[in-house]
Design a protein around this ligand. Sequence first.
Ligand SMILES: *Cc1c(COP(=O)(O)O)cnc(C)c1O
Length: 498
Amino acid sequence: MYICTRGMGESSTASQAIIAGMSGDGGLFDPSVIPRINTQFFEQLVSLKYRQRAVKILQYFLDDFNQEELISSVQAAYNDEKFSSLAIAPVVRVGDIFVLELWHGPTLAFKDMALQLLPQLMAKALVKTGVSDEIVILVATSGDTGKAALEGFKDVQQTRIIVFFPHQGVSEIQQLQMVTQDGSNVTVIAVKGNFDDTQTGVKKIFGNLPLNHQLNQGGIRLSSANSINWGRLVPQIVYYFSAYADLIKKEGLVAGQPVNFVVPTGNFGNILAGYYAKEMGLPVNKLICASNSNNILTEFIRTGQYNRNRDFYKTISPSMDILISSNLERLLFHVSGGHAAAVRQWMNDLNAKATYTVNPDCLAAIQSVFWADWADERQTSQRIQSVYSSRQSLLDPHTAVAWEVYDSYVRSTGDATPTVIVSTASPFKFNESVLAAIKRQNLREVPGGFAALAELSAATGWTVPGQLQALQYKEIRHNYVCGKDEMESIVRQTLGAE
Ligand SMILES: *Cc1c(COP(=O)(O)O)cnc(C)c1O
């Protein structure tokens, strides 16, 4: 069963938690017990393919789904039409470091790992719980999540998706990825405003009770695909196990031997999945939390104080430009021993005073698992450049942040445990900053869009991913631009609730 991190409400099944997304009291759903596995479990995983490994792990958490439902969900999510690697999440060796590549999905970033599966789980959960309403997913995106959610939800029964992005506020490639989106249940709208305006607009729609009531009467429920939904977290646990099984299979790791994972972190979703894997019994020594200049998590893990009274930086690793890491709430719930009242207090403090401090016991529990550091813009670019020139491997800026932090970890601890760097995006997705880094130039000095893709490919000999190359020739299907005050009326129009 799933319980709420703030202690309110009744416990829910996995299906109910996935449909609701968030608990009524503002808290998050969390499994009441984390299942434990043993060493034989890894041995079983070794000979299996990614999809089979996924079913083995998902069944522990989605216990109201039967085998058939899990098998058909993972089949629809992780197949060779959608993923360019048969391994789905391959582990690649670069020198003495292992790199877990999570960007072989349709949108070339790790969000696909979860957003390919979530819609499948949601459609099955609706049938299972007898909910006949249509679920409408509203998304405000700064680039990556919108496209990944569109690809995941397109043509999924009983669902629709409406994505808002800031007009002229995303890269040329990101914009093209969204406005050329196909599917019979998708709507994509540019908003005249920045990302905050767009997100505020979506939050207002979620909070608009008369509108929601009217929609409910017409058999429609609004929902969200952002990373607080349990259905987005659980698929991410799988690849930690899968990576470990691959290390046993190909790299001579002995079942039971500890490894570290280094995770480029923003909303704390990816690394939290690693924490669940460790709590289940995966032999993880340290989870290394890598941040960019928005280093609020580094400070928190070192001091126990979470303080968002600080400047916000726009960086070349934009998917980690975040000051409120929502999923941290789940970690706090666990390390405090399920102390919902304490979690509630910290979250209230965050709201009221923009800061909270956990007690020494919690901090010690956090530090026994996590280690944290951050990389600035110059270090990130230099890391892309140095790994490229010394090892002929091309990193995207998020992965470069992780690599830099790993280096710092080894320097300060001397720890020689085998380590997996979690790689979260294709370098072609962040073509302009990667090109600038390997040419040692300023971002201003390199070309943008398709010219940058071509130049990156020429400079490295790597092929531009087909789905980016094809964007040049795809039909534009969504060219509507609305004012930031028109978002509600767009939703009404789209859903026939005028
Ligand atoms: C979303 C994202 C991250 C951050 O992941 P969290 O789960 O939010 O910590 C890192 N890298 C890339 C490329 C992303 O898209």
